[in-house]
Design a protein around this ligand. Sequence first.
Ligand SMILES: [Zn+2]
Length: 313
Amino acid sequence: MPEVLKAPLVVEFPFTRSLGPVQSAFLTGLRERVVLGVTTTDGRTLVPPVEYDPVTADDLRDLVEVAPTGTVTTWAWNHAPRRGQPLSTPFAWALVRLDGADTALLHALDAPGPDAVHTGMRVRIRWAEQRTGAITDIACFEPYDGDPAELTGSDGEFADPVAGIVAAARLDYTYSPGRAQTAYINSLADRRTVGERCPSCRKVYVPPRGACPTCGVPTAEQVEVGPRGTVTTFCIVNIKAKNLDIEVPYVYAHIALDGADLALHARIGGIPYDQVRMGLRVEPVWTDGARYPDHYRPTGEPDAGYDAYKELL
Ligand SMILES: [Zn+2]
């Protein structure tokens, strides 16, 4: 059994959100080195502020300034900071109750090591030099040995308030396709397409998933299929995808390879897009060094009859 494949996979996109009045004031305040909380109907001050009281669900709009100094209420040491975290050297994630607030704010605390951090220690905000109206305008917290800092006297009204933010979402995976698809990918390197047959219903799955979704049993028997196949259904693509160097319109089709009981999908080439049809017989076209066919093209055989592929639609 060859080693199961794995590779890094990054899913990344910019997430744009509008802020609403409370978050807008909070982030605009950070830009101006002012920390704002919101007051609840029972007189507590929530920092970071929220738009609705978490207990009563009342609308909350009364903004109030709190100090940039506070007390650590709990913390955890981060031995190995990851990409995009506030500090590149090891630091503490800390909940800090700012002076004047009743709740705590999560942020990074810059300290030489875990021995230098304790619950109850006093800290203050270290402001970022470039501030844009984001939580990262607080670069981090740092140890501070003193009384609550003075307030700026802000009423929470600012010129040019921040109305929205773009938060970069990024997920780093190590993706493993598993035993079955590893075997499938490895055979593609030899330009062979290998599926797996269910021992119960006898269906051949291409690409294989390692188990039959209908019978719920493992599929271990390997079966080579193709290389030719039949177009079972298709669509004409008229929208050019970003980073995809294919002229539109082109045809994307479901193709049942000979011997397979599941259609895979691929691009159809070598034929005008408006002449592609159900039942068209096709074969793979490989480019040098590729790990899967670039596209499929007509073989010139007569079309397959509908009965030959009607169960594969
Ligand atoms: Zn089955």
